[in-house]
Ligand binder design. Structure first.
Ligand code: ADP
Ligand code: ADP
Length: 236
């Protein structure tokens, strides 16, 4: 069974007046394999964010189904959406860290929201901080960190609830090339060591080439190519 399955998904955004709806995604069929790193590549406005946000229920399809770890996300109640979100972590281009919280406190946040036993939080946070290599920065605030360090905090926070799927929304687009490479290596090691399924969106071919075993190319709301990266990009 795929980790994520988009089944004939269309998403329209209603427009004011007589302009007609914006069709952000149209007739999307896509299986995201378990345990792989899959990239969605396309230009700005192609529909990548809309597609990604459907996986954790931040967007719902206008028609069709989005199945994640066997759950129908589009049809989920609020309670089951909360459960699905614990199985799906997400990282962002601009990190989305809370400025008033330290590294450790930012990473603890999803555990607090999930009502984790407070006695167990420090050990779990310590383990996550060690995994992303920020032990020396645990008590720092986001403003005191480099971009690469901020994204490491984002990754640790996304992993806090031990999700099975990690979503990445242009996670390296704000980073310089060296830092980008380090963050991609961290994502790859997480994929390999934890067996986590990663679905990322990007407009950069280099990101796909470096870590994605599978890729889908999206243009104007439609998938125009999908499959293993080597086969998609070796076609004449
Ligand atoms: P990408 O992530 O590839 O840049 P998006 O998924 O953000 O693309 O957007 C796809 C299309 O849907 C674009 O035409 C965008 O303007 C439109 N769109 C996205 N979100 C909304 C919204 N909330 N309301 C109206 N149109 C939207
Ligand atoms: P990188 O080259 O990895 O992007 P930077 O040059 O931005 O890193 O930062 C190098 C070091 O300086 C990092 O360890 C970071 O924690 C520290 N640092 C960066 N910005 C600040 C700041 N505003 N206040 C305190 N320390 C900072």
């Amino acid at each position: 069974e795929p980790a994520i399955s988009f089944q004939d998904v269309t998403r329209r955004y209603p427009q004011k007046a007589a302009a007609g709806d914006v069709v952000a995604l149209q007739d999307i069929w896509l299986d995201v394999p378990q345990g792989a790193v899959t990239g969605i590549i396309g230009r700005s406005g192609a529909g990548k964010s809309t597609l990604l946000r459907m996986v954790n229920g931040l967007e719902r399809p206008s028609s069709g189904k989005v199945i994640v770890n066997g759950h129908d996300v589009g049809a989920a109640s609020d309670a089951s959406l909360r459960a699905i979100r614990r199985e799906v972590g997400m990282i962002f281009q601009h990190f989305n860290l809370l400025a008033s919280r330290t590294v450790a406190e930012n990473i603890a946040l999803p555990l607090e929201i999930a009502s984790e036993d407070p006695a167990r939080i420090p050990a779990r946070v310590g383990e996550l901080i060690e995994r992303v290599g920020l032990t020396a920065q645990a008590s720092r605030y986001p403003a005191e960190l480099s971009g690469g360090q901020k994204q490491r905090v984002g990754i640790a926070r996304a992993l806090a609830t031990a999700p099975r799927v990690l979503l990445s929304d242009e996670a390296t687009s704000a980073l310089d090339p060296d830092t980008t490479r380090q963050v991609l290596e961290l994502l790859q090691s997480i994929n390999r060591e934890l067996g986590l399924t990663i679905l990322l969106i990007t407009h950069e071919m280099g990101v796909v080439r470096d870590i994605c075993s599978h890729v889908a190319v999206i243009e104007a709301g439609r998938i125009v190519e999908a499959g293993e990266t080597y086969s998609v990009f070796s076609r004449p």
